[in-house]
Design a binder for this molecule. Structure first.
Ligand code: CA
Length: 220
């Protein structure tokens, strides 16, 4: 018997979806539309969206960050899981994708819960800190440019309350992080980011081999 994570082939992956995925119809529709988009690979997996929705409910989150909106799947999954007075501060600079996001947020009836900040995310995070909102957020999802992961993480950590959770996407980068011959800049950024979290005593750490790798960091 082997206790390491299973290799999930197509059959097993389909089984996981069939036996556990309960996707809101608007999420399903958004996922199908996004699959036709050129950068569709940037969309998170549906079971990952469901997991994060489950997580924000587990920690009783109300105030959350979505860093890297793309077509809005993660923000929608989380907004649907939040209580009525919950909030997602959604950060992206590209209106071509956030226009799609807003269409589906509206369709799902969650626009009151999502505050889109159309600007570079670092600027938005800095202005939240400047507004005295440090220590007030419960959850942050980081899924934007990999070069800035460490900066998004630092600012998220400042904005989170103790016990708050940061989830970071793509930390396994299709497995490329473990290939010593892969010298790509983004691979190197993610490797360095993963190493810095491993050495970070301010957080409790867990890395899940779900989708493209999801790190969870709980602020101590
Ligand atoms: Ca991603």
């Amino acid at each position: 018997m082997n206790s390491k994570t299973l290799d999930v082939n197509e059959n097993l992956y389909q089984y996981i979806l069939d036996i556990s995925l309960k996707e809101h119809p608007v999420l399903a529709e958004l996922r199908e539309i996004t699959a036709q988009h050129l950068a569709a690979v940037m969309q998170i997996a549906p079971e990952q969206g469901q997991f994060m929705a489950w997580l924000v409910q587990l920690i009783g989150a109300k105030k959350t960050l979505d860093i890297g909106v793309f077509t809005g799947y993660s923000a929608l999954a989380i907004a649907l899981a939040l209580p009525k007075d919950g909030k997602v501060i959604a950060c992206d600079y590209d209106p071509r994708v956030t226009d799609i996001a807003q269409t589906y947020w509206k369709k799902a009836g969650v626009t009151a819960k999502i505050d889109l900040k159309l600007a570079p995310a670092l600027e938005t995070l800095d202005s939240l800190i400047a507004n005295g909102e440090a220590g007030t957020f419960d959850f942050s999802f980081i899924d934007a440019d990999k070069r800035n992961y460490i900066n998004y993480f630092e600012k998220s950590l400042t904005l989170l309350r103790p016990g708050g959770v940061i989830a970071i996407d793509n930390v396994l980068w299709s497995g490329r992080v473990a290939n010593p011959d892969d010298g790509d800049k983004r691979t190197a950024s993610i490797r360095a980011f993963n190493q810095s979290l491993y050495e970070d005593s301010r957080i409790a750490l867990s890395l899940l081999a779900i989708a493209d790798g999801l790190t969870l960091a709980r602020k101590l």
